[in-house]
Design a protein around this ligand. Structure first.
Ligand SMILES: [Fe+2]
Length: 192
């Protein structure tokens, strides 16, 4: 058994001008695909890993297996965290959850942006549900994933340079500002 590269949930040019088709061609077709290939090679080389789910691998491995398993999982949520019809403000249960945890959408947006822009080096900014059902913002470095802390990721922004270098060069704040125009609130509602 090997893990597939999930298809993008939108056309490669559907997120332009915020994220270009060229970025998605490399980010999905090279980076995400690369993690899938390395994970499958590691599983093929170690029979003790066979048959485990991605979540199991993330929670029980370390080193290269963890890094590739988490990067496969993280990127899949990242694609689902964006939509050509996304952006704007959340409504319904998502709005209530965000207001309860952060005071207002504007406060949430400011705190999440600070976590994404302030993450030193490569990593991810997350909206997660904690074990009490409340919402939190978490930043992780490299392949880090909040599942290892018992938290349920609801939304993620990739802040590795490969996510924005083609479109924004080194300007991570400009990328994160544009990312808000794509946020898929339906993804957040799904596991809330
Ligand atoms: Fe990435």
């Amino acid at each position: 058994m090997s893990f597939p590269l999930p298809e993008l949930p939108f056309a490669q040019d559907a997120l332009a001008p915020h994220i270009s088709a060229e970025t998605l061609e490399f980010h999905h077709g090279k980076h995400h695909a690369g993690y899938v290939g390395k994970l499958n090679a590691a599983i093929e080389a170690d029979s003790s890993l066979a048959g485990k789910s991605l979540e199991d691998l993330i929670k029980t491995t370390s080193g290269g297996v963890f890094n590739n398993a988490a990067q496969v999982w993280n990127h899949t949520l990242y694609w689902n965290s964006m939509s050509p019809n996304g952006g704007g403000q959340p409504t319904g249960r998502v709005k209530h959850g965000i207001d309860a945890a952060f005071g207002s959408f504007e406060d949430f947006k400011a705190k999440f942006t600070a976590a994404a822009v302030g993450q030193f080096g490569s990593g991810w900014a997350w909206l997660v549900k904690n074990s009490s059902g409340g919402l939190e913002i978490v930043a992780t470095g490299n392949a880090g994933n909040p599942l290892t802390d018992g938290k349920t990721p609801l939304l993620v922004c990739d802040v590795w340079e490969h996510a924005y270098y083609i479109d924004y060069r080194n300007a991570r704040p400009a990328y994160v500002a544009a990312w808000w125009s794509l946020v898929n609130w339906n993804q957040v509602a799904k596991d809330l």
